[in-house]
Design a binder for this molecule. Structure first.
Ligand code: AKB
Length: 345
C-alpha cells in the first residue's frame, strides 16, 4: 500500500511539499521517482529516526510498515517489536517535530479488521456489520498490535506527557482507518491472512493452480487498492473539527471465498482452484467480522466505496492484471473481454 500511496501523494501534494520515503528495501525506480528523498532503513532504528528529525520539518507521517497477521503468528515478539515499537517511535518523532516547530503533525495509521475478535462462528454470522467499538478482542498478535497502535495514537493526540510542565497540547493529529483485506492488481500481498483473495486472482492470471487455505463459505470484508488509497487521502484531507473519532471503519464488499473463485473462473475458464482449509489460518479468518459498519466514516468525511465485487473485477482487476501477465495463455484478450462484459451485465 505504501508504494501506491507514494504515487498518489506525489500527484496530490502541494507545491512546497516534499515526499521523504523510508523503506527496508530499495524502492523500484518508478516509485523512487515520486519521492524527493528515499532512505533504506528500519522504523526501529532510533539513530536513523533522530537524523530524520534533525534534517526535516515534517508535517505529515503515513506509517505503513507492519508484519501482517500470518507472519506475526510465527514470530509474535518480533511482530510486536516492529508493529508496536515502530509505531511508538514514529509517534514520538511526530510529537518531537511538533515540539520543535510549534505545529501539530498529522499522522496516518492503517489499522485493520484484525483488531476484531469474534468469539465464535455463530456470533460472527449473527452479528453482520460490526461497529468500531464492538468485539475488540483480537485473536492474533498483529490484531493486538494494531489495537495498541490505535490507543497509542489517541494518547499522543490527546494526553501526551500529561504531567509535564512544558507539555504542548495535541502535538499529533492522529487519524486511522481499519482496513479490510486489500486487493491490488499490481502487487501481491505477503504474510497476511486475507491474502487468499488476491492470491487466487493473480494465480489464475499467471496460469498457476491455486489451493485456497480457507473454506469456500469464509466471508470477510475486502476492498481494492485504489479504494484504500482514496479513503486514506480523503480522511487526511478532512478538516479536524468534522472528525468525531480517531479510528474509522471503511467498507466496500464482503464476498465469500467461493464468490472469488466463481468470478475468477468466469474470467479465466482454465483456472484450477481447490479449497484445502488450514485450520490455523481459518481460525484467524473466522475471528474477523463478515462486514464492518462504516456509517461514521460516511457521515464525518464522506467515505463512499467505488466498487461491488463484480465491478472490482470488471473495472479494475481484470484490465490491470491482464496487462501484468499479458504473455500467459490465461489472459488471452478475447476471453478476458468476454468475462469483463459478463460481469458488467
Ligand atoms: C492481513 O491479512 O493480515 C491483513 C489485514 C486484514 O490487515 N491483510
Amino acid at each position: 500500500m505504501g508504494h501506491g500511496l507514494l504515487s498518489a501523494l506525489h500527484g496530490a501534494r502541494g507545491r512546497n511539499a516534499s515526499i521523504i520515503a523510508l523503506d527496508v528495501r530499495e524502492l523500484a525506480p518508478d516509485i523512487r521517482a515520486h519521492c524527493d528523498q528515499a532512505f533504506i532503513g528500519d522504523i526501529c532504528d532510533h539513530p536513523l529516526l533522530e537524523r530524520l528529525l534533525a534534517m526535516y520539518e515534517i508535517q505529515e507521517i503515513y506509517h505503513l510498515a507492519a508484519l501482517l497477521s500470518t507472519r506475526g503468528e510465527f514470530a509474535p515478539e518480533t511482530a510486536h517489536q516492529v508493529n508496536v515499537g515502530g509505531t511508538l517511535n514514529l509517534l514520538h518523532l511526530a510529537a518531537e517535530q511538533a515540539r520543535s516547530h510549534g505545529r501539530t503533525v498529522k499522522f496516518f495509521f492503517p489499522s485493520s479488521i484484525a483488531v476484531y475478535g469474534m468469539p465464535d462462528l455463530a456470533t460472527k454470522r449473527a452479528s453482520g456489520s460490526v461497529r468500531e467499538d464492538q468485539f475488540c478482542e483480537p485473536h492474533t498478535m498483529y490484531g493486538c498490535n494494531k489495537l495498541a497502535g490505535e490507543h497509542l495514537g489517541r494518547y499522543y493526540a490527546h494526553h501526551y506527557r500529561k504531567l509535564a510542565k512544558d507539555r504542548i497540547e495535541h502535538p499529533v493529529d492522529f487519524r486511522s482507518i481499519r482496513f479490510p483485506g486489500i486487493i491490488s492488481a499490481e502487487t501481491m500481498p505477503s504474510g497476511g491472512t486475507s491474502d487468499y483473495g488476491p492470491e487466487m486472482i493473480h494465480a489464475a492470471a499467471a496460469g498457476r493452480a491455486y489451493c485456497c487455505f480457507v473454506r469456500g463459505d469464509s466471508r470477510i470484508p475486502f476492498m481494492t487498492m485504489p479504494e484504500a488509497i482514496d479513503s486514506t487521502l480523503r480522511l487526511m484531507a478532512a478538516p479536524r473539527p468534522v472528525l468525531r473519532r480517531c479510528v474509522y471503519n471503511v467498507a466496500s464488499f464482503s464476498p465469500r471465498a467461493d464468490d472469488f473463485a466463481r468470478l475468477v473462473r468466469l474470467a479465466f475458464p482454465s483456472a484450477e482452484i481447490e479449497f484445502e482449509p488450514d485450520l490455523g489460518r481459518q481460525s484467524i479468518i473466522d475471528s474477523w467480522p463478515e462486514c464492518c459498519d462504516d456509517s461514521a466514516a460516511r457521515a464525518d468525511w464522506g467515505w463512499t466505496q467505488s466498487h461491488t465485487l463484480e465491478s472490482a473485477f470488471s473495472g479494475y482487476l481484470l484490465p490491470r492484471i491482464s496487462s501484468r501477465y499479458s504473455n500467459t495463455a490465461a489472459t488471452a484478450p478475447a476471453g478476458r473481454a468476454k468475462a469483463a462484459d459478463m460481469l458488467k451485465k
